[in-house]
Ligand binder design. Structure first.
Ligand SMILES: C[S@@+](CC[C@H](N)C(=O)[O-])C[C@H]1O[C@@H](n2cnc3c(N)ncnc32)[C@H](O)[C@@H]1O
Length: 276
């Protein structure tokens, strides 16, 4: 085995207990439970790790394949400064450990940060997105990306919504889950009342007959607006729709019933973006 920089350790046994943060990364059902329980999340690729670090998140450990050790000495130095071990594994060992080929060369187990309070997250926000029970990590990540790009200041996720810090959400969001302030809103839909007390007009995005068109909301959006998006299959719960101040729909053409939730979010965020 070639010598490694100080702070790096060769890994040959893919079953070693100290590597358990990296076990079975492709088992979504398992990871969904294990990661929040252990207070960790995974960042894959150098770019995502750097974004997480820039947001003030801390490393638990790094896992690299050998050819990258020379490339990223600063990441290794950061790991050392944070007291996080750096594991170096041959590609085959890394694959056995994680369940996939580490083609991006590096993976990090990160400490999951404490979630801030809702008040803190929305304190100065004019536009907030609420994600009700969205199950697909790709959609969660895509909504965050649109939120960051289109003037949404904060995201609130309901208790049953998929984890924004899950590997796939992080990747699809292009790291914007580290940029846009977010937290869980619990209980829900009782949280609608809380948002109203905080001065938000709550708009449910749904396809009901009595909904106003997004065109109408766009003309004179309220100063503080929370847009609530529903789950992929059934859409918003009737309790949420009833509690909201208004129901808004994006008019559909071409005999299409509805948009994918992430596409709907981008259209709505753009239409109601603060102009001044
Ligand atoms: C795939 S849709 C769910 C469709 C569901 N069958 C329904 O009737 O709401 C997921 C979410 O995207 C949003 N959405 C999709 N198309 C929309 C539209 N045309 N107008 C308003 N919201 C829409 C809604 O928030 C919806 O709950």
């Amino acid at each position: 085995m070639p010598a490694l920089p100080t702070g790096c350790t060769w890994v040959q046994d893919a079953q070693a207990e100290e590597l358990r943060d990296y076990f079975s990364l492709t088992d979504v059902a398992l990871r969904r439970v294990v990661e929040p329980e252990r207070g960790l999340y995974m960042a894959e690729s150098e770019k995502v790790i750097r974004r997480a670090l820039a947001a003030g998140h801390r490393l638990r450990s790094l896992l690299m394949t050998p050819r990258w050790v020379e490339e990223w000495p600063d990441l290794i130095a950061t790991a050392r400064a944070q007291g996080a071990p750096v594991y170096v594994a041959a590609p085959a060992v890394a694959e056995e450990l994680t369940g996939f080929h580490l083609h991006r060369g590096v993976l990090a187990a990160m400490h999951r940060p404490e979630l801030p309070s809702i008040e803190e997250v929305v304190a100065t926000a004019r536009r907030v997105a609420v994600l009700e029970d969205i199950v697909d990590h790709t959609n969660v990540g895509a909504v965050f990306r649109s939120a960051a790009a289109l003037g949404v200041d904060a995201v609130l996720v309901t208790p049953r919504c998929a984890d924004p810090l899950y590997r796939r959400s992080v990747r699809v969001s292009m790291g914007t889950v580290f940029q846009v302030p977010w937290t869980r809103i619990d209980p829900w839909p009782d949280g609608v009342g809380m948002l109203q007390e905080l001065g938000f007009t709550v708009a449910a995005l749904a396809l009901s007959d009595d909904a106003v068109s997004l065109d109408d909301l766009e003309v004179a959006p309220p100063e503080r607006l929370a847009l609530v998006l529903g789950t992929e299959g059934d859409g918003l719960s009737s309790r949420t729709v009833e509690a909201a101040d208004l129901v808004v729909k994006i008019p559909m053409g071409g005999q299409v019933d509805s948009l994918n939730v992430a596409a709907a979010s981008a259209v709505a965020f753009w239409a109601v973006r603060p102009r001044a």
